[in-house]
Design a protein around this ligand. Sequence first.
Ligand code: NAD
Length: 330
Amino acid sequence: MKIIMYGTGKAEREYVQDWMKETGNEVEMVSDQLNAQTIDLAKGCDGISIQQTKPLGDSAVYQELAAMGIKQIATRTAGYDMIDLAACRANGIVVTNVAVYSPRAIAEMGLTHAMYLLRHIGEFTSRMDQGDFRWNPDLISSEIYTQTVGIIGLGNIGGATAELYKALGARVLAYDPNKNVEYAPFVEYTDLDTIIKTADIISLHTPLLPSTKNMLAAPQFAAMKKNAIVINMARGGLINTADLITALENHEIAGAGLDTLADETGFFNQEVAVDQLPADYQRLHAMPNVLITPHVAFFTTTSIRNMVEISLNDVVRVVTGQRTKNEVHL
Ligand code: NAD
């Protein structure tokens, strides 16, 4: 079988080579994204795998794929909002995604942010840059096993995060309207209010929904402990950014670790002149008690290998008429 893999990144190539050797299938790797201009590259191929955030195009793209005999689109990502599901349904195209590739990758990045902030590494680095190497009493740290961690959203990633903190001896509280028994050994279930008021580290792991948008805003920051560290590895829109900046400036909370920002799509995973960055990013970035990474919590060798393998295996399954649990409901 011949598969075209659009949007191939450098980090993916060796896993694709391994997969080709193991399965005997041929994969043509192209860096282009799938759209009206690049659709011809799929001619003569049996299946398609994509990795992109930009929409594929209007209904003509899907009609052309169907006319070429393409039966499926496999995105190597969890999100599939770049694919027009109605157009897929109309043209008999099955869509698959990779919802779970390595929860541990994101959990470890969240823990890394929390430890960085807990040990005041940003503040020490910033003072050392000014020639201040003193053991300032305001920078004394706490040890992780003395801390109470509050996990909001105990799904795949929140659960993996709870397991890590529990292993380090922390007390782990969790709030999730759907109690997942799989993670019960690692947490004490509680309500959101208790987490907001009592946790030293608050770690967000819910999807962005109308019900979760701005779930941390001025009233929640005001209710948090002064030493609270907020970690957001999930979606920027879960936090009201302006209120977060105010809470940090007023010392209502101690720090924030952010892998996602509400307006990140304009600059994360792109080269952008620093003076073109949004003002809220610049204000957060200037604070030594804030750590920002450009939505890279997922970016590990394990994640990339799993995304490639799961996606390509699903191409084979769908093209050969088998079902897969990764089919997106059209
Ligand atoms: P999941 O579906 O396994 O878990 C989400 C959990 O949130 C579920 O258990 C759900 O019941 C719970 N939830 C829903 N509404 C809630 C609410 N109002 N309060 C508390 N809990 C609520 O999802 P996941 O795979 O663990 O992903 C979690 C988040 O991480 C998502 O926002 C996802 O987009 C994000 N993510 C980020 C990265 C990254 O690189 N930074 C990578 C993958 C996923």
